[in-house]
Structure formats: structure tokens, C-alpha cells
Design a protein around this ligand. Structure first.
Ligand SMILES: [Zn+2]
Length: 130
């Protein structure tokens, strides 16, 4: 079952997340890294969620990761897979698995980022099996 494209609502960037969406528009996935404790986090925040340092910087991500868990939404006009993907940088993102047969999605599968257009906003990062 290969799903069709479904309409994706536009994200609402905030001052904290605007650079994330600017990078997405340029086709790059970025994460926040804390200069004080060196840990990477997502979703982007002004303060490090681990040590509350204000000294965080943007880090280009590999865009590669592994499916941690997923659920296929079938009782909708266009079925889709919602998932948690653990990136190689160690952070977990809630996302969708796209451009594949949803019946073949598996926990532990390797995936890479793809950017999907939204309705009038910046594209959103989603993932497809490699
Ligand atoms: Zn920190």
C-alpha cells in the first residue's frame, strides 16, 4: 500500500524555531547543540533543556536515523505513518514515514530525511526508508 501525498498544514515558526524552518527551506535538517554541556536537543529551544545554558548553537544533522516506534493511521482518507525516529545524533523526533509501502515499515529500520511541502509554509522534515 503506497500512500498518496496528503495535505500537510503549515508549521508556525516562532523566534526560537525560525532558523530551523529557514534551514528546512534550504533542504537541511538542523538541531540545537549546547555549547556548555555538548548535548544535542530537539525541538529547538533557546535554553538547553539539560543544563539550562543560553549558549546553544545550530548543528547541521546527518539526516539519518532509525525508526524507534511507529503507528499507521488507516481510518483517514489518506493513510499515513506517524513515527518517532532516533537520529544518528541521538535525539528523537516525532515525524512521518513517507514515500514507501506503509505495510513494510518496521521498528529499527534505517531512514533518511526528506522535506515535504506544506500548505503555504516551510517544508517539514519527514523520513523515508533507505
Ligand atoms: Zn546544556
Amino acid at each position: 500500500m503506497v500512500p498518496q501525498e496528503r495535505p500537510i498544514p503549515a508549521p508556525q515558526p516562532t523566534p526560537e524555531t525560525q532558523p530551523f524552518w529557514d534551514a528546512a527551506l534550504a533542504g537541511t535538517l538542523v538541531l540545537k547543540k549546547c555549547a556548555a554541556c555538548a548535548r544535542v536537543h530537539h525541538y529547538p529551544r533557546a535554553l538547553c533543556p539539560f543544563c539550562f545554558s543560553e549558549t546553544t548553537e545550530w548543528l547541521p544533522a546527518s539526516g539519518r536515523g532509525t525508526i524507534y516506534s511507529y503507528s499507521v493511521m488507516r481510518r483517514v482518507p489518506v493513510p499515513y505513518a506517524i513515527a518517532y525516529v532516533t537520529l544518528d545524533e541521538g535525539v528523537t523526533m516525532m515525524t512521518n514515514i513517507v514515500d514507501c509501502d506503509l505495510d513494510t515499515v518496521r521498528i529499527g529500520q534505517r531512514v533518511r530525511v526528506v522535506f515535504k511541502p506544506t500548505e503555504g509554509g516551510p517544508p517539514v522534515p519527514m523520513f523515508t526508508p533507505t
